[in-house]
Design a protein around this ligand. Structure first.
Ligand code: IPD
Length: 282
């Protein structure tokens, strides 16, 4: 007989995650237009609001009621010192508001991301685009969808025909900025059609999954930005790997993703590394 988590997964897990995500999107949409209390975390560009905390607590308490033995890795708990430890136990990996800076400025690219892993294997992920009522979802072996529409990555292999997405990450010191801009310059020199930033790693990764862009890379994102999106991209036929070209390391704070392995490898080889440490190093 399949283990308990597997049976539960088939029946309830993704439904519960979808419901919690939909519910908190209502809260986020309402809060977007209201006055916010804003604090900074690792840098002046790394923002958090009381809504990030509220939404994270709501998602975790909802899931904990249903799955009391499961573990959680969540952005704001980690910022308050909780360990990011991915064990073999069933684990939810949560970004309550991805695009907090967008949320603060009312720029309409804000998402909730909920991933789920068992035995350190990503099993499913849901990402809500809160402003556009779009639910991206992926389940290992079962495909990826935006609402009910199946997602398919681009098959482009040639960088000179590619639209590439990235995000800047939180550091703003001169050495990091030089490397960040240098990486963009390298891709533009290689004649990429464009390099875009939208301020939400998870939504950018969903654009990749839906074939609206050909590649994504970033240094300085976290496991909660990557967990759900990785399942969605893989189930849409894409590649998610470490910036060294090695298999993805969810805790390494860096990623290259693309519709094709050729594109991902080309970008990995072009990049200079920006060191952001590891999520499990706290
Ligand atoms: C951040 C956003 C941002 C990216 C950072 C992420 P947050 O997530 O996705 O675009 O540059 O690396 O951590 O802090 O808004 O949840």
């Amino acid at each position: 007989q399949a283990p308990m988590w597997k049976r539960a997964l088939d029946k309830r897990l993704s439904k519960v995650a979808s419901r919690s995500g939909a519910l908190v999107c209502l809260i986020i949409r309402k809060a977007l237009t209201e006055e916010k209390r804003i604090s900074t975390k690792t840098s002046t560009a790394d923002l958090v609001t009381e809504t990030d905390h509220l939404v994270e607590d709501l998602i975790i308490s909802e899931l904990r009621k249903k799955f009391p033995s499961h573990r959680f890795i969540a952005e704001e708990a980690a910022a308050s010192g909780a360990k990011c430890e991915l064990t073999h136990s069933p684990t939810w990996i949560i970004d309550p508001i991805d695009g907090t800076c967008n949320f603060v400025h009312r720029f309409p690219a804000v998402a909730v991301s909920i991933g789920f892993a068992v035995h350190q294997e990503l099993e499913f992920g849901v990402i809500y685009h809160c402003m556009e009522e779009r639910l991206y979802s992926g389940r290992r072996g079962r495909g990826a969808f935006c609402n009910s529409q199946r997602l398919q990555v681009s098959r482009e292999t040639d960088l000179s025909k590619a639209l590439v997405l990235t995000e800047i990450g939180p550091k703003r010191d001169p050495a990091t900025l030089r490397l960040f801009l240098g990486n963009m310059e390298r891709l533009l020199h290689a004649s990429a059609h464009g390099v875009r930033m939208i301020g939400s790693s998870t939504l950018a990764l969903c654009h990749l999954a839906s074939g609206a862009a050909d590649a994504y890379y970033q240094f300085g994102l976290h496991c909660w930005d990557l967990a759900a999106a990785t399942v969605i991209i893989r189930e849409a036929g894409g590649i998610v790997m470490d910036t060294s070209g090695a298999p993805l390391d969810l805790m390494a704070c860096r990623v290259v993703a693309a519709g094709t392995r050729e594109m991902a490898m080309f970008i990995a080889q072009a990049l200079q590394t920006i060191n952001y440490g590891r999520d499990d190093d706290q």
